[in-house]
Ligand binder design. Structure first.
Ligand code: NCD
Length: 338
């Protein structure tokens, strides 16, 4: 496979360090591996008595959420607190406001408060990138989900969960199942899996929930569960994202469950040691049978735990990338050999 193209140079410093985290697309394998290695060390730390490190001490992190969230917001908050940052959570409804104007106004207000990092969730694809272009050089931006485009920390917590259960990516067959069309998670997962060297990436969905040209990202398309799940090592389920469906794309939820819901019977087509994942929130009896979601092959709660570690890793790496860049631009007078 060809090398990924870096389509988002803004997220790296001149030296290739993480500066913002906006997408997994086009990032070097070494950088994704560094995120996973750093996160691994934070997973171990979470089991200790004292769960805090001073890496972001004196820094202010603002969680700027324009869309609802439970686990992403709370794990970002916990991650920032475990790094010793001061944290501010802002839930902003976009329903009555015009795009762009609110974003700019909010950003200017936050800028005046001397925030050091914005964690952004927004319903518009490209919102986090837009903010990263607007902020001053001493602010880092982390994308916590933008429209259908990307959800890079979710993809990396999924990668960490896979690596901790399977050891490596080489040789793995991974199936992503369900509403691929509306899923920022699926896109970020496909990029990350490809970069990290998974052997085969499959997407399984009804034709109406498949984006056009999904094959060009490096995924094989299946519209049938039994053949798509055959011999896979990892099954990644997705939620039906009805809030992003502007027309009836499905006959009914029960029909979807019959054909694409992950039941014990369908899981039997995967490898006997296959793991089952879901980013949450789960719709039991729509995407997944309760017995599978709560079963011994489910790693859904590990994903939540690993989310804290991955978010700690990304935040600390982006902050040190941003500091390195700032020091290059304005060398500290004490560090000059005058
Ligand atoms: C995902 C999201 O918001 O994109 N969830 C999450 O971050 N835990 C997936 C979803 O909402 O279905």
């Amino acid at each position: 496979m060809s090398e990924p193209i870096n389509r988002c140079p803004i997220q790296l410093t001149e030296n290739g360090q993480l500066r913002h985290f906006l997408t997994t697309e086009g990032l070097p394998k070494e950088l994704l591996t560094e995120i996973l290695d750093t996160a691994d060390s934070f997973v171990d730390m979470s089991a200790q008595q004292v769960k805090k490190v001073p890496l972001l001490r004196g820094k202010t992190v603002v969680n700027l959420f324009f869309e609802a969230s439970t686990r992403t917001l709370s794990t970002f908050e916990l991650a920032a607190k475990r790094l010793s940052a001061d944290v501010l959570n802002l839930n902003i409804s976009t329903s009555s406001t015009k795009k762009g104007e609110t974003l700019k106004d909010t950003l200017m207000t936050m800028r005046a408060m001397h925030s050091d990092m914005f964690v952004v969730r927004h319903s518009d694809s490209g919102a986090a990138h837009f903010i990263a272009e607007q902020v001053t050089p001493d602010v880092a931006v982390i994308n916590a989900g933008d429209g259908r485009h990307a959800h890079p920390t979710q993809a990396m917590l999924d990668m960490l969960t896979i690596r901790r259960h399977k050891g490596q990516f080489e040789g793995l067959k991974v199936a992503i199942v369900g509403d691929i069309l509306h899923s920022r998670v699926a896109r970020s997962q496909i990029h990350a899996l490809r970069i990290l060297g998974a052997e085969e990436i499959r997407v399984i969905a009804p034709q109406t929930l498949l984006p056009r040209h999904i094959e060009s990202l490096g995924a094989r398309v299946y519209t049938d569960m039994n053949s798509g799940l055959r011999d896979v090592d990892v099954v990644m389920m997705l939620r039906l994202q009805k809030e992003r469906m502007d027309s009836a794309l499905l006959p009914s939820e029960s029909e979807f469950y019959k054909l694409y819901g992950l039941t014990r019977d369908k899981l039997a087509f995967a490898k006997p040691d296959a793991i089952v994942m879901h980013p949450g929130p789960i719709n039991r009896g729509v995407e997944i049978e309760s017995a599978v979601a709560d079963g011994e092959r489910s790693v859904i709660l590990d994903q939540v735990t690993n989310g804290i570690a991955v978010r700690m890793a990304v935040m600390s790496m982006a902050m040190s990338g941003q500091l390195a860049e700032k020091n290059r631009a304005q060398p500290d007078i004490d560090n000059l050999n005058l």
